[in-house]
Design a protein around this ligand. Structure first.
Ligand SMILES: CSC[C@H]1O[C@H](OP(=O)(O)O)[C@H](O)[C@@H]1O
Length: 353
């Protein structure tokens, strides 16, 4: 662990709290001006919270779903894990259906099912310890990725990030934001820019607020200003998270990531994707096979509950896109870095499906 980083200072923001009785989720729809937790006592409440973006961020939704399975177990009476897995399957399917693009949701549920099927009459305890392990491992992975990703950044560099990939989106410290936090602590990151990330504004509502809690100055830009910024020389790296990394290195991430990658390459800037191995999906061959979530077009028709678009106007609201591996300079995971990713390099680190 890098001794220049005081990790405790980044643990103040806790989007997911397991009380032993309920799963408390920080309602990210209300940040940054209102800090309010939603208490879930059943798995369907967790599924609804994931779908409504009360909790969001690929790793965080996997962690929330894992605790959702623990909640569902309360309603099940079974002699062993295999019997419990059969009874819990419908609730787990409803959790899995909450959002389609981030593989972490399905990955976490598959891990909980595996733990169940290996358990005896202690299956309830095994479920709770597996959910806790998923969260603990994510936090450790983020801290490791922070060190690995920061090591690629030359001292005094400028970084542009997209969406929110911090403590709000993970078990803590963050993925791309973890690299930024580590890079700032080590003097490698000198300037931080965050774009708004329309239409849900994860950047303007969450990322710049998170960094402000750390005492890290970040400059907010409009999404449309990103190419102009990349052209003017203030930024050396674009650093983003991921929702699903395919076997060939293609990456699904928040809408707008793809055009950032195109602009970065055009302007000779580096493009880094930071995500734990729970986001790597070697069973999906390429980005063409990823289901891209489309949300309510109404998210485009106003801001903060105030309508800004004339009645009757149509809108299309895909909330992820796919960046081809050819536009990515480095994929940073806790298992290692894949530079200029391709299928052979992905397979060398993560194995074949
Ligand atoms: C470490 S979060 C990864 C990923 O999740 C976000 O999507 P959303 O806010 O819709 O859950 C965004 O794509 C982040 O890059």
């Amino acid at each position: 662990m890098n001794d220049t980083i005081d990790y405790a200072r980044y643990d103040r923001i806790r989007p997911i709290r397991w009380t032993g009785e309920a799963l408390e989720l920080l309602d990210q729809r209300k940040l940054p001006f209102t800090t309010e937790y939603v208490a879930c006592t059943g798995s369907d409440e967790v599924a609804a919270a994931i779908h409504a973006l009360v909790v969001r961020g690929a790793p965080a939704i996997g962690i929330a779903a894992a605790w959702g399975v623990v909640l569902a177990a309360r309603d099940v009476d079974a002699a062993d894990g295999i019997a419990a897995a059969a009874l819990l399957a419908p609730a787990m399917q409803r959790l899995n259906a909450a959002r389609p693009t981030a593989v972490n949701l399905a990955w976490a549920l598959a891990r909980m099912r595996t733990a169940l099927e290996a358990a005896g009459d202690d299956w309830r305890e095994r479920l709770a310890s597996e959910a806790q392990a998923i969260a603990d491992e994510d936090l450790a992975a983020n801290r490791r990725m922070g060190e690995l990703g920061a090591s690629l950044i030359a001292p005094g560099s400028g970084v542009l990030t997209h969406c929110n990939t911090g403590s709000l989106a993970t078990a803590g410290f963050g993925t791309a934001l973890g690299v930024i936090r580590a890079g700032v602590a080590q003097g490698r990151v000198g300037r931080v820019y965050a774009d708004e990330t329309r239409p849900w504004n994860q950047g303007s509502r969450l990322t710049v607020w998170e960094l402000q809690q750390d005492g890290i100055d970040a400059t907010l830009i409009a999404d449309a200003a990103a190419s102009h910024l990349l052209r003017n020389g203030e930024v050396e790296w674009v650093v983003v998270g991921a929702d699903r990394i395919c076997a060939n290195g293609d990456v699904a991430n928040k809408i707008g990531t793809y055009q950032l990658a195109i602009s970065a390459r055009f302007h000779g800037k580096k493009f880094m994707v930071v995500a734990p191995s729970s986001t790597v999906d070697m069973a999906t061959p390429s980005g063409d096979h990823i289901e891209i979530e489309e949300r309510d077009p109404g998210e485009l028709l106003g801001v903060g509950g105030n309508r800004t678009v004339a009645e009757g106007v149509q809108a299309w609201n895909p909330v992820f896109d796919v960046t081809p591996a050819a536009l990515i300079d480095a994929i940073v995971t806790e298992q290692g870095i894949v530079e200029q990713p391709d299928e052979a390099k992905m397979r060398a680190l993560f194995g074949a499906h």
